[in-house]
Write a protein that binds this ligand. Sequence first.
Ligand code: NAD
Length: 358
Amino acid sequence: MPVFHAGFAQGGAPVRVHFGRGARRSLDRELDALSLSRAFVLTTPQQVREGEDIVQTLGPRAVGLFTDATMHTPVDVTEAALKRVAASEADCVVAVGGGSTIGLGKAIALRTDLPQIVLPSTYAGSEATPVLGQTENGVKTTLRSEKVQPEVIIYDPELVATLPVAMTVTSGLNAMAHAVEGLYAHDANRLSSALAVEGIRAFVSGLPGVVTAPDNLAAREDTLFGAWLCGTVLAQVGMALHHKLCHTLGGTLNLPHAETHAIVLPHAIAYNEVAAAEVLQPVARLLDSGSAAGGLYDFAQRMGAPLALRSLGVTEADLDNVADLAVLTPYPNPRRIERNGVRQLLQDAWLGRRPFSS
Ligand code: NAD
């Protein structure tokens, strides 16, 4: 792989990142810095309390709260939120939540150009990317635009400390997937690879501490830092087979996002490790394993992650269709995409058995 020999250019829309315990309480200062005074707050039905808390923090600068953000950013939800935003005469949106809430903020920004301040509460990494996936009539399409890159990210470990352990684990593996695939991306560069290795390191060292003590803020802080690094990798380079499979599985079978990533990751990496062993070596080393794929599987198992697609309700009969769709328009990938090999890796992921390369 010509990773270290290719030249590269780097840079996108400027982003201010504020990191620290209780950082959400300094929202006022972030608004001041951008000369903003009318914030519209977004969240999900499950995080109404967090949304109300941010409204309270903002005081008179909060001009509305919308709590219907949902996975895959359905356009009808965006349109409902847009009506409320317009009526409130907001001059910015404040998203508090995971990828679903941040996706809604991005969809609003795309249509209004309003600046976004985001407070992530999962490790998914959407806040760090200029990417937006939206769903209309059951079809999900993805776009890349500087208009959707949030202007300010406030990483407050206290917000992610409420994430239940099971979701913490799958969300962490979701973040690691961005970094692991980033290592063999066709457009990887020295910077993206350095960020990827540090991102993976943050989760390998921090996630066990979070699982044993979910409100350990130091471990939450380390893993949140990892989420930023992994999300930044996702923003910088193209993803490959693993993300293609997860998008196909999620899109056709409506599977939960983070869990799907967690299960598929070791198997997609096993498929690609044959062709990208050298760039994946740091992953194997960090996980103290003979292979990246085996190490990722063992780590997921130790963390208590789901391991088998069948546990998400996928049937064996679904796998043929997913394999057909995933090979139809593949993303650039270090190993040639072969339908039989992809079908076999799906079988392994469905059964939940440790990938062959141990
Ligand atoms: P999510 O935002 O859908 O959250 C899952 C559930 O957990 C929701 O009910 C949410 O309210 C709840 N939750 C979130 N944080 C919590 C907390 N701290 N405490 C308690 N409950 C909490 O999950 P996600 O995995 O963060 O996001 C998935 C979505 O994000 C998908 O639609 C995916 O496509 C998108 N995504 C986009 C990008 C991008 O770059 N565009 C990157 C990653 C993910």
